[in-house]
Structures are given as structure tokens and as C-alpha cells.
Design a protein around this ligand. Sequence first.
Ligand code: NAG
Ligand code: NAG
Ligand code: NAG
Length: 427
Amino acid sequence: MKKNHTIKQISNKSRILLFFAIVFIGGALIFNYSWASSSSSSSTFASIHYNWVREKNDLVTLPNFFNATDKIASFKGQKDEIPERLLSGTFADLPAPETEWEEMAPAPVPRLDGASIQINDLFFVFSGYRNLDHVHSHVDVYNFTSNKWEEGFATPKQMANSHLGMATDGRYIYVVSGQQGPQCRTPPVAETFVLDTQTRKWQSFPPLPEPRYAPATQVWRGRLHVMGGGKENRHTPSLDHWSIAVKNGKPLEKTWRKEVPIPRGGPHRACVAVGDRLYVIGGQEGDFMPKPGSPIFKCSRRHEVIYGDVYMLDDKMKWHTLPPMPKPDSHIEASWVVLNNSIVIAGGTTEKNPVTKRMILVGELFQFDLDSKKWHVIGKLPYRVKTTQAAYWNGWFYITSGQRDKGPDNPQPRKVVADLWRTKLRL
Ligand SMILES: *[C@@H]1O[C@H](CO)[C@@H](O)[C@H](O)[C@H]1NC(C)=O
Ligand SMILES: *[C@@H]1O[C@H](CO)[C@@H](O)[C@H](O)[C@H]1NC(C)=O
Ligand SMILES: *[C@@H]1O[C@H](CO)[C@@H](O)[C@H](O)[C@H]1NC(C)=O
């Protein structure tokens, strides 16, 4: 009886000690966080960073067990206690050469799930989410020669804001279907528009036969091709493939033509034309869906399969399967450039962590050599990031926007960023 009493006293004492420890650590973290957020407004223009830039609030380094933030989070689910970095598998970071990045002027707004097209020294970055409750409806333009963001301009009212299919012929930008509005709004819109980048005027275009979320889209051999994507419920992968002849921003046909279906469906893939070949890379089956009955179409997580498949369509309209990416990768529709007969892809999302089931971001820079058909990991991004917008100009590879990770040791998605980075790239 007495013994039990003593044990109880000791454990009470240690509970009190633990409580004070947590309060102290929590206070330190809060102080550190407010310091970090107030000092980060003096934003860095053209400062050099190596990759895995540490968040400033990581300065307090504590063993995970005493991480006050984790302790609070663990009341919601024990999963947060498992350190992500100790898990290996397809979702783990791959060994990659250190890469030096230069931070440039950030975009006027942070954006996630936006889209972009580069035309010579201008980079047109479209719409996207500010956060789940707010979407943008304008285009920001960066000039790689002056290294400045120019004044933006509005998109048409009926145009979707995210999950757009997008491609260019070098002057006109075709903006196909997508999601209009915030959260996980269904169904998508089929409306399609054309932007003349010289006059900055918009025109309408024959709508897609059925609306799609984030379909693979490219101008190839005189036709605008649209394939895959998510169907009207936002989740079911589509295999459909349509095309329409285009010239100088105008359709040459009245309706879209049915083409040979893509071998695997789904949204968020890179779609790249090089000569008489069309490549569709990575992507996923399934996506978030609106919560049943939610008037604001609140996003709710569904089963997703991320894959690294590479499909190539030849000039005889036959699909070929090529070696897959070094790891499954999705949310890369605007995260690529073509350079010296290689496709370079930055970041994305990979398979979820098998234990915590959390979404895992990708921080590598990949090269797919079209001569050897081999993949290489050629660099590390400043942080892991999904739906980053990539461009290449005058020896520099650029990325802007997207949703970055929680920090070097935590690949889960957190902040939606406006950052613009560049690194010297030669292949
Ligand atoms: C503590 O938790 C926060 C929030 O989950 C995380 O960003 C941070 O990296 C953790 N710190 C350590 C040392 O594990
Ligand atoms: C980009 O900026 C440079 C330097 O100010 C300017 O000469 C050039 O015309 C701009 N490019 C375009 C396409 O406007
Ligand atoms: C492209 O390849 C050639 C030949 O290997 C090389 O000289 C050139 O620097 C490369 N260009 C870029 C932009 O990587």
C-alpha cells in the first residue's frame, strides 16, 4: 500500500516536471516561430542557398519525443510520433548531388496547382489556389531578361482556376477544362480558352467533349491533344484521348476527334512533345473528392495510387511503354523543361508514407535522357515541392510556386509558396 503510494507520488512529480518541460519547450518554439515570421518579411532577393534550406523555426533542435508540437498533434493521432526520415521505401529521398540555388524575387502571390507556359524570355504563370478556400483568376508574368515580375492580367470569368490542361504553339496558349472555384469543387468545367500572348487577348475555343481535371495536354504535330485526367467526380481516372487541329490560336475543325486511348488514366502528369514523339510521364489514379453533402465541396482524402510510368506516342499513333521514373511521381504537369534532348522534371508527390499514410513530397531533380532512355537524379531542390512551375532560360533552370514540405526532416506538405529560385543547369 505504502509502496504504491510512493510510486504514485513519483509519477505525479515526473508528470509535473514533464508538463513544465513541455510548457517551456512550447514557449521556446512559439517565441522562435514569431521571431522567424517577423524577420522573414525582409525577404531575400538574390541570396544564395544550398538545398534543404532549413526553416528558421527549426533552430530549436529537440529529440522528437520532447517535440511539443508533435505532442499536441499526437492527441489527434499517434501517427505523428513516427519520424518520417527513419522510413525507407519508394517515398524516401533518393541520393542526389548537392545543388546551389539562387533566390530571386518571389511571385506576386503564392500558388498551388497553378499552371505555366514559357515563351522565350517570358514566363506566364496562371491562377491556382492561394489556399484551399481561395483561388486566383489572373496570370503573373516574369521576364527572365529583366528578372522582374511584370504586371499581371485577368483570366476570363468562365475559365477554371486550377487543374487546367495547358499547352502552347509558341505564341498562343490553350487553356483546357479544369476546376472552377476553391476546395474540391465538382464537376469540372469543359470550357476552353486561347490566350494570344502578344496582344494578351482571350478567345473562346470549342469545349472539351467532357470536362476533365488536370488532363495531359500538348500541341503536337499541328493538333491540340488532351488525354487522361480525372473524370467528373474528380476521382475516376480517364483513359480518353481527344485532339483538334489548331493554327494561329484557331481551331481548324468544328469538333474534337477521338484518338487512341492512353494506356493508363489519371491527372497531374507531365505531357511533353519532342519532335514526332509525345511523352506522358508520372501521375496518379484517384484524387481528393468533395465531402458528401458539403455545400462548399470540402476536400476529403480518397485512395490514390501514384505512379512513375512513362508512355510515348509515336507518329503512327501507337503507344510505347518506356522505363519508369526513379520513383512514383505526380503533380508535375508544369514542373518540366526540355533541354538538350532530355526532359528535366522538378519535385512532385510520391506514394504516401505506408505507416503514417501522409502525403509525401519529392525534392529531386530528374533527367530523362531521350537518346539512352535512362533516368538520372541530377540535383536537389531547395526543398521538396509539388506543382512547382519550371522554366529554362540562358543557362538557368527556374522554379516558382507550389506547396513545399514541412522542413528538411519532414516531407509532408505545408506552406504554399511564391518563391522563385534558379540554378545553373547544363546537361
Ligand atoms: C517538431 O514538430 C514540428 C511539427 O510537426 C516539425 O516541423 C519539426 O521538424 C519537429 N522537430 C523535430 C526536432 O522533430
Ligand atoms: C524583358 O525585359 C527586357 C529588359 O527590360 C526587355 O528588353 C524585353 O523586351 C522584355 N521582354 C519582353 C518579351 O517583353
Ligand atoms: C548541350 O550539349 C552540348 C554537347 O554535349 C553541350 O556543349 C551544351 O553545353 C549543352 N547545353 C546545355 C544547355 O546543357
